[in-house]
Design a protein around this ligand. Structure first.
Ligand code: PMP
Length: 364
């Protein structure tokens, strides 16, 4: 819903820009009741043990001073982890903030519309409204995969953004498909690949950075590193693109990433083995859950993420969502034509998914 002040039809208190906005609606964050929460793609396992130890011993006195505005230690740690130079890394307050900076800094309608998949992360059109960027949605293929061929030669475009794996479908493109697309796409337009869910089975496009100066890959600590609560994301790209993002940041907020977050990010990278195990566990649970749902007559799209997109023929997504909510389980459905039969279910612990399977069996 767009903004209305409630002060009447014509009011001059607020900007015209504000009236154009239609905010993104995040997954429900219930304040009461004890739900099994499978609606925001959070990680069901805790962050690595070193973070708990760090927080237990943290010195509040440290918070007196501003954090490093460009998060140098953390950027060096990310660079070391992924085997790239630190001037190819940008960090932000969650990957949402980085995406927002990317929309501001790269996409400009005078060059043509921005392209993104028809069914994808629903924040993209919100940023388009925020920054006044025209866009065109590229239909998915009949099997719900992202159609990169559909992004070539259609019209003059100002850029492309897509998640890999896509959300909410969970389906990943191969690195060969992405390489083939980048090879044919103009080098003077930025392509952003939103790899929020890449650690659950996809292959990162990071290895393509040295061949494509116009590629930016965006990651988050929210999903595979169990740190949605600290708000930390990072982009990897070539130095001019990183400098562009830094210019946007410095024109908006010098210190978007706080001291604790910077430190916690470094610890998470050091304890990578812990997280690899957690991701492996989630993938195993996802595969077990998907097979069990299919054997109960559900259609489950092939997921490379920490969620699955599924439907039960003859039932609407809304009915499934409401039915499961009455059983104490929160999932997400999107009342959008074309995908309104589906629900998106985050992969929780084995115990949580067993409770869900039982509820599905009881209701449908
Ligand atoms: N990209 C996609 C595709 C997402 O689903 C999300 C999570 N809502 C984000 C980016 C943002 O993640 P965060 O801001 O927590 O890093």
């Amino acid at each position: 819903m767009t903004f209305t002040s409630g002060y009447g039809e014509v009011d001059t208190m607020f900007s015209r820009r504000l009236r154009r906005l239609t905010p993104y609606v995040p997954g429900e964050q219930p304040r009461e009741g004890t739900y099994i929460k499978l609606n925001s793609n959070e990680n069901p396992y805790p962050p690595c043990p070193g973070i708990q130890r760090y927080l237990a011993a943290a010195d509040a006195g440290e918070l007196r001073l501003y954090p490093d505005p460009v998060s140098n230690n953390l950027r060096r740690a990310i660079a070391g982890h992924y085997g790239i130079p630190a001037d190819m890394v940008f960090v932000g307050n969650g990957s949402d903030e980085i995406l927002s900076f990317a929309f501001y800094g790269f996409f400009d309608s005078f060059k043509g519309p921005l392209l993104f998949p028809e069914y994808t992360y629903s924040f993209y059109p919100v940023y388009c409204a925020f920054y006044d960027v025209d866009y065109r949605k590229v239909p998915l293929k009949p099997d719900f995969t992202v159609d990169l061929d559909g992004c070539i030669g259609l019209v003059e475009t100002c850029g492309v953004i897509f998640p890999n794996p896509n959300a909410p479908t969970g389906i990943a493109l191969t690195i060969e498909e992405i390489d083939g697309f980048l090879h044919r796409y103009p080098r003077d337009r930025v392509v952003v690949i939103d790899e929020a869910y890449i650690d659950f089975g996809g292959v990162s496009a990071l290895s393509l950075l040295d061949r494509y100066p116009n590629l930016a890959v965006v990651h988050t600590f929210s999903k595979s590193r169990s740190l949605a609560g600290i708000r930390l994301g990072f982009a990897m790209s070539n130095p001019p693109v990183v400098r562009a993002l830094t210019t946007v940041k410095d024109s908006f907020n010098s210190y978007p990433v706080n001291k604790l977050t910077q430190r916690i990010g470094e610890i998470a990278l050091r304890e990578d083995d812990y997280y690899r195990n957690v991701s492996r566990k989630i993938i195993k649970t996802r595969e077990r859950f998907s097979s069990a749902a299919v054997s109960k007559g559900w259609e489950v799209l092939p997921s490379s993420a920490n969620f699955v997109f599924m439907r039960k023929p003859g039932t609407t997504g809304r009915t499934i969502y409401e039915g499961l909510k009455s059983e104490g389980i929160l999932v997400r459905h999107f009342g959008i034509t074309g995908i309104d039969a589906f629900v998106r279910v985050t992969i929780g612990t084995d115990e949580e998914m067993d409770i869900l399977l039982k509820a599905m069996g009881k209701k449908w």
